[in-house]
Design a binder for this molecule. Structure first.
Ligand code: FE2
Length: 360
C-alpha cells in the first residue's frame, strides 16, 4: 500500500498496485502499459484455433482476404483471471474495484480484432500521418455520452501477438483528451451513439501528441475511456491480434467531491478542464443505454466459425463436445453472455444495427 502514489493535484487516494510513476504516467498521458500481464495459458489456448476461425491459411497470405477482421467471442473468463496484475492496476485507476460494474464486460474473451495489413500496404513508401487518419473516436457506441458517463470508463487493449512499430498498433492522441472533455463540458446535453458521438473527437487535426501502441505478446494497455484513438495501418503484413474490452463503472463520475478524493479517471477529466472540481455539472437529459449495434456483424460470423472448429475436432476423431465455445454450452451460458454484454438493452431506434463491419 502506498498512500502517496497519486502525487499531485487533486489530493491523493490510496492504491494497492500502481507505483507513483505509473499513476503519474496515467494522469499525464491518459494511458498505461502493463507488460507481460496476460496469463500465457489463455493466449495459447485461445490462439490455438485462431486460423481455423478466420478461414485463412497462416502460410498463404493470398488467402488473407480482408485487411481487418472483428471476430465474435467463443470463450470468456473473468477479467481479473485473465490478467491479475493488470486488473489490480485497473482497479486502482478506477479508485477501487468496488466502483467497477459487477457484470458489464467483467467477463472477457477471444473476440479478436485482427489487422493483417496487405501486400499493397507493405509496399507503401510513405506511412500515413495519424493526424490525417479518419475514424478517431472513443468507445462510447452504446450509451448517451455525458462528461461524467462511465459506460466505457476505460478502453483496454490485450495483445495476443507482438505489435512492432508500423505493425498496426492503435494510435492514441494524448492531447486529444482535453479537447474531448471540453466538448463534453460545452455540450451538457450529451452525444448519442451513431448520431453525433464522433463529434467529440473533432479537433484531432489540431493535436500534436500521437503515440502508437507498440507491444509484446501478453502486454495490456489501460486507456482512459475519453482518450481518442484510431486503428493504425499495418505495414508489415502479419496478423496483429488484440482484443479490446472495456471497464464500466457502477456509477457516474463524481466531479465535485468535497473530500477531494478523486479517482485517477476523474483527475484526468479535471486536468483536461483545468479545474479542481466541476460543481455546476449536471446532465440535463436522461441517461440512456442501448444494445451494442456492432454486435450484429460479429454474431453473423459465429455459425461459420463453429462449423470450422467442429470440422477440426471431427478430423481428430472427436465430436463437437470437444469444441470450447459459449455457443455450444446451452441456454444458461447464452443468457449469461447476453446479460454481461448488453444484449438485453433496447435497440437504438434511430441507428439500429450495424450489419457490416467497418473498414480500416
Ligand atoms: Fe475504439
Amino acid at each position: 500500500m502506498s498512500p502517496d502514489c497519486f502525487s499531485s493535484h487533486p489530493p491523493r487516494v490510496p492504491c494497492k498496485s500502481l507505483s507513483p510513476e505509473e499513476a503519474e504516467h496515467f494522469l499525464t498521458h491518459g494511458w498505461l502499459k502493463v507488460s507481460n500481464a496476460i496469463k500465457p495459458e489463455y493466449i495459447d489456448a485461445w490462439m490455438a484455433d485462431f486460423w481455423v476461425r478466420t478461414g485463412y491459411d497462416e502460410h498463404d497470405k493470398t488467402t488473407w482476404k480482408d485487411e481487418y477482421l472483428h471476430l465474435p467471442h467463443h470463450r470468456q473468463v473473468r477479467h481479473d483471471e485473465l490478467c491479475p496484475e493488470a486488473w489490480n492496476k485497473i482497479s486502482d485507476v478506477c479508485g477501487g474495484e468496488e466502483r467497477i460494474h459487477l457484470e458489464r464486460e467483467r467477463w472477457i474473451g477471444d473476440n479478436f480484432i485482427v489487422n493483417f495489413g496487405s501486400e499493397a500496404r507493405s509496399q507503401s513508401l510513405i506511412d500515413s500521418s495519424p493526424k490525417e487518419k479518419a475514424g478517431w473516436h472513443c468507445d462510447n457506441d452504446w450509451y448517451r455520452q455525458f462528461l461524467d458517463s462511465t459506460g466505457t470508463a476505460m478502453t483496454i487493449v490485450h495483445c495476443f501477438t507482438d505489435i512492432p512499430a508500423r505493425g498496426g498498433g492503435t494510435w492514441l492522441c494524448e492531447d486529444g483528451i482535453a479537447r474531448v472533455v471540453q466538448q463534453l463540458y460545452d455540450h451538457p446535453e450529451g452525444f448519442d451513439p451513431g448520431l453525433n458521438t464522433g463529434d467529440i473527437c473533432d479537433g484531432i487535426m489540431g493535436c500534436e501528441e500521437f503515440v502508437p501502441v507498440v507491444a509484446k505478446k501478453g502486454d495490456v494497455f489501460i486507456m482512459h475511456g475519453l482518450l481518442p484513438h484510431v486503428a493504425g495501418f499495418n505495414y508489415l503484413h502479419y496478423a496483429r491480434v488484440i482484443t479490446n474490452p472495456h471497464v464500466t463503472l457502477r456509477d457516474p463520475y463524481d466531479l465535485n467531491r468535497p473530500d477531494g478524493e478523486y479517482s485517477l479517471l476523474e483527475q484526468v477529466i479535471l486536468r483536461g478542464l483545468e479545474r479542481s472540481s466541476v460543481p455546476e455539472y449536471k446532465p440535463p437529459r436522461e441517461r440512456m443505454y442501448w444494445y451494442p449495434r456492432n454486435w450484429t456483424f460479429k454474431e453473423a460470423k459465429i455459425r461459420a466459425e463453429l462449423d470450422a472448429m467442429i470440422a477440426v475436432a471431427k478430423a481428430k476423431g472427436l465430436d463437437e463436445t470437444a469444441v470450447d465455445s459459449v455457443w455450444l454450452q446451452g441456454e444458461q451460458a447464452r443468457e449469461d453472455f447476453d446479460r454481461r454484454n448488453g444484449m438485453l438493452l433496447p435497440v437504438h431506434e434511430a441507428t439500429g444495427f450495424q450489419p457490416v463491419q467497418h473498414k480500416l
